[in-house]
Design a protein around this ligand. Structure first.
Ligand code: ZN
Length: 345
């Protein structure tokens, strides 16, 4: 089985939202809910990845089938910090109670050591910087706690920039780019070697990061706009510049970002995913593409189903003509290389 290192999942949000029972035990023992828990991850070859902490907008309806939902409400710093604390605590308690089978990794060496011992290697990632104050003091605290990856915005506006709203069909050019505070956040992330995720930025915000960041450009969970014209996907010139920067694009498994008609609920085959991979590889290069599943954050092809379906994706890559070396790059080693380039050893 090919080990998979994954660019994005929302299992911490799923666990934090659980109304009953212990979320830590649910994850470690396997609750069979959603897409991810530890027993299923081990079964599917999930070796590690970015574990997102995302604060939902409280007043939004959760109709995740709407291809043009209303704009998401902003979130206050206090609410976001409470959510970050709650989900980070679940992450750390999982690691604490896992007998070394699940580790929060703070360096590339940590990731390699975890993977060598068949432990899941988790990166502490925040999606949307609402919890961080304008003076960036909370960033120091979160970095010391292990934060190694940050999406400046989710798909809503915050102090640092303008998230791309979910629209179909739409260009990603939906509004202004980063604020001055957002540019300062980019500089500070570069200093602290925190990976910057551009996945939910609009086009102007993307180019602001490209201009101001000294690190490789990374879109942890985004697809090709040429194949699915949602505002959330990347234009060809964005895909090219990500490759040229030595960066990375993680293929998002979400139906709505794969399908040509932008629909969420419909059946969707693995061949759509392979078409996106071909397109991304053609523009960025085969060293700059990987997976960014969005497990537990999106409706995904039923042929994958949950994390135990990953071997069906790698089998489809093989039937599609991808060689073993390319499959290993896409599934794992490209992510490790870009993490090492961003963090150092
Ligand atoms: Zn996302």
């Amino acid at each position: 089985m090919v080990p998979v290192f994954d660019g994005h999942n929302d299992v911490l949000l799923r666990l934090w939202n659980r109304k009953v029972g212990d979320p830590v035990a649910a994850f470690l023992n396997g609750d069979g809910q959603g897409h991810l828990d530890l027993p299923r991850m081990l079964k599917g070859g999930f070796a590690g990845g970015f574990f997102a902490i995302f604060t939902p907008s409280p007043e939004d309806d959760d109709d995740d089938e709407d291809i043009n939902p209303p704009p998401a409400h902003k979130v206050s710093q206090a609410a976001a910090m409470a959510a970050v604390t709650g989900m980070a605590s679940i992450l750390f308690r999982i690691a604490e109670a896992s007998d070394g089978r699940f580790r929060v990794c703070r360096s590339t060496a940590d990731i390699r050591a975890a993977m060598a011992q068949d432990a899941v290697a988790a990166i502490f990632h925040i999606e949307g910087a609402e919890a961080i104050d304008p003076e960036l003091q909370a960033l120091d605290l979160l970095h010391q706690a292990g934060l190694r990856s940050l999406g400046i915005v989710w798909s809503r506006d915050n102090h640092f920039g303008h998230g791309v709203p979910f629209r179909f069909p739409s260009s990603p050019d939906t509004g202004p780019g980063l604020t001055e505070a957002g540019k300062a956040l980019v500089r500070r992330c570069n200093q602290l070697k925190i990976l910057i995720d551009v996945s939910h930025l609009n086009e102007k915000g993307f180019w602001d990061v490209a201009r101001h960041s000294t690190a490789p450009l990374v879109a942890t969970h985004s697809n090709a706009h040429a194949l699915s014209r949602t505002s959330r996907n990347l234009l060809d010139e964005q895909i090219r510049i990500i490759g040229q920067s030595g960066g990375m694009i993680g293929l998002n498994f979400a139906n709505g970002f794969l399908r040509a008609d932008g629909r969420w609920q419909s059946e969707n085959g693995l061949e759509t995913m392979l078409r996106h991979l071909d397109h991304l590889i053609g523009l960025a290069g085969e060293d700059h593409v990987g997976l960014g599943s969005d497990f537990d954050g999106a409706r995904i092809p039923s042929q994958i189903g949950d994390v135990t379906g990953l071997p069906r994706l790698t089998a489809a890559m093989e039937s599609h003509g991808y060689g073993q070396e390319l499959i290993e790059k896409l599934c794992c080693s490209n992510w490790l290389r870009v993490v090492e380039r961003t963090w150092g050893a």
